[in-house]
Every structure is written in structure tokens, then in C-alpha cells.
Design a binder for this molecule. Structure first.
Ligand code: R5P
Length: 321
């Protein structure tokens, strides 16, 4: 342990306590006590319920519904920890808030993901630990050190153990082609790209054509997140039209909002593999959606950051993925 920090402590907001508890199990420490209340006027009250003076503190909060409330909760927790004299605070964001708003691609809009980085900074975070950002450039939004984990090895490990005979990796849009190409290389499979067009600012996107050989093959679609499920199901529809016989998907962040689960349930996709960066609970739990845990990876990263060790070894050989 580094001499200047007394103790490693982990706290979590209300967004993904199962993941936080699993991380703590790997670290063999209890999850820190915190009191969170929402008043009738929708203001939040956060109280760290144990001593954190001179501690090395990690606060886990993912971006899930209600997104804006969970964000404020995270900022209040960081602020409370700062004022409680924590020596160092690392904001752990398995799914980063507003991650898709990472560029000014229209006039008079906010680059919200950068604003989120500034807010975390202003609240008092000293470091960031996150996973599979929508684009690698987002790392440049942080003025503080940011460690960007990749859950990709978890997905690769799962699919390598399945039957990949006659399979093609499919990128659901041109933007994800580079990522899909890496999956294809690691799984030693050919790849195809779907020409998808997003209509205006709506969540709705339409798959148009396919670049690459898919007829008579089985497909493995890779994406960074499933939000409304539109991209995924559209991609599956066009693949089925082109004579694909079996369709599976691997996605890091199961945002699963709107009618996503119903869409997946009624689609021709046989299996969707996701991770637990966002909890898949209640009605979202269907047989077709299988959840893999990234808790061990986060626990290892937290341990390494705490001990001042390299974190990059965790995603090797996936650097620049
Ligand atoms: C888009 O750029 C992303 O990589 C995903 O394809 C997208 O966020 C999925 O959204 P939806 O499920 O709403 O189509």
C-alpha cells in the first residue's frame, strides 16, 4: 500500500449496487456506508456514514435511469467525500453519463460528455476509472488522470468458447467498423459492415445495405451499447433478409431503454451477450439476454490504482482497441 493513503475504501450510489458489492467481494473489503435520501422537493441528501479521513476512496456510479438524478447523486457523494477529508477520490463510472454526446456535429449543441468530465472535476474527483467509452477521444475531455478499461476481453473469452464455425463478425454501422475489425481479428473471423443511417436527432436508425459476404453464414454483431435496440434489431433484420442463418450479438453496455427488451425478445437474434456495467433487472431479465460480469476487472484496476501499479496490463493485448 502507498504510504500516503491510510486505507482503500469503496462507496457506491444507488445505480448499480450489485456490481459494487461484487467488486468489494473481489477486493475483500466491505462496501462503504452511505445514506442517500431524496426529499419531496427532489433535492438529494447524501451523507458518508463512516470515517474517510486520509483514505483512498473509490465511488462507483453508473449511468442508468433516472440518469440525471444518479449523476447529481454521484457529484454530491464526491463533494461530501472531499469535505470529509478523503485523501484521494476516484470516480468509477462503468457506463459514462452522456457518453454519446461527444462532439459538436450540429450547430448550437452542448458537448455534454465533456461537460460531465468538468462536473466530476469541479465536484472534487482526482481520477476517473471508466469502461468502453463511445469514442477514445473522450479521454481527452478529462483534465485529471483517467483509466479507460475495456470489457472486450470478457466478450471475446465468452465467444471463443462457443461454436464459431461459418461465422462472420458484423459491425452495425460504419462508426463501429474499427471495433468490429478488432473482434474479427481476435476471433479469427471475416467481417461485414452494415450501412446504417440515423434520422435526425431521433433514437431511430435504419439499416440500409451490407458491405461484405454474409449469405448462408452465421453472424456475430458487436456494438458498444444497446439503447432502444433499434440498431441491433434493424441489423439483424437486414442480415436475415440477406440469408444469414443464426444471429448472435455481443454488446458492452445494456442501456435497454424504451422497447429494447421487447424488440430483442421478438427479434430473430438468438442470444445477446452483455456485461453488468448497467444492471439488467426485473423485466429486462429474459432468456435471450445473458450477462457477463466485469466486477473482477474493476476490482483488479482499483487494486492496481491503489497500489500505484500499471493498469494497462489489464487490457493487453487490447491496447488501442
Ligand atoms: C451508436 O453509435 C452506438 O454505437 C449504438 O449503435 C447505439 O447507441 C445503439 O442505440 P439504439 O439501441 O437506440 O439503436
Amino acid at each position: 500500500m502507498r504510504a500516503n493513503y491510510k486505507m482503500l475504501k469503496v462507496f457506491a450510489g444507488l445505480s448499480n449496487r450489485p456490481l459494487a458489492r461484487e467488486i468489494c467481494q473481489f477486493l475483500d473489503i466491505p462496501l462503504g456506508e452511505v445514506e442517500i435520501i431524496e426529499f419531496k422537493n427532489e433535492n438529494l441528501f447524501v451523507k458518508i456514514a463512516e470515517n474517510v479521513r486520509e483514505c483512498d476512496v473509490f465511488v462507483i456510479q453508473t449511468s442508468t435511469s433516472p440518469v440525471n438524478t444518479r449523476l447529481i447523486e454521484m457529484l454530491l457523494m464526491i463533494d461530501a467525500l472531499k469535505h470529509a477529508s478523503a485523501a484521494r477520490i476516484t470516480a468509477v463510472l462503468p457506463y459514462f453519463p452522456y457518453v454519446r454526446s461527444d462532439k459538436k456535429d450540429q450547430p448550437r449543441i452542448s458537448i455534454a460528455a465533456r461537460l460531465m468530465a468538468d462536473l466530476l472535476d469541479a465536484a472534487g474527483a482526482d481520477r476517473i476509472l471508466t469502461m468502453n467509452l463511445h469514442s477514445f477521444q473522450i479521454q481527452g475531455f478529462f483534465r485529471m488522470p483517467a483509466d479507460h478499461l475495456l470489457a472486450t476481453p470478457v466478450l471475446i473469452d465468452y465467444f471463443r468458447k462457443t461454436d464459431l464455425e461459418n461465422t462472420v463478425v458484423v459491425a452495425p454501422d460504419a462508426g463501429s467498423a474499427k471495433r468490429a475489425e478488432k473482434y474479427a481479428t481476435l476471433l479469427d473471423l471475416p467481417m461485414a459492415i452494415v450501412d446504417k443511417r440515423r434520422i435526425g436527432n431521433q433514437d431511430h436508425a435504419v439499416a440500409k445495405h451490407i458491405i461484405g459476404e454474409v449469405k448462408g453464414k452465421r453472424a456475430l454483431i458487436f456494438d458498444d451499447e444497446i439503447s432502444t435496440g433499434g440498431s441491433l434489431v434493424n441489423t439483424a433484420d437486414i442480415l436475415a433478409e440477406q440469408g444469414v442463418t443464426d444471429i448472435r450479438a455481443g454488446v458492452i453496455h445494456p442501456v435497454l431503454c424504451g422497447e429494447a427488451v421487447e424488440r430483442i425478445q421478438n427479434s430473430n437474434i438468438s442470444e445477446v451477450i452483455v456485461t453488468n456495467t448497467i444492471p439488467v433487472e426485473g423485466e429486462k431479465k429474459i432468456d435471450k439476454i445473458k450477462v457477463l460480469s466485469v466486477a473482477k476487472m474493476f476490482a483488479k484496476a482499483i487494486n492496481r490504482i491503489h497500489n500505484g501499479e500499471s493498469v494497462s496490463v489489464l487490457f493487453s493485448p487490447f491496447e488501442n482497441f
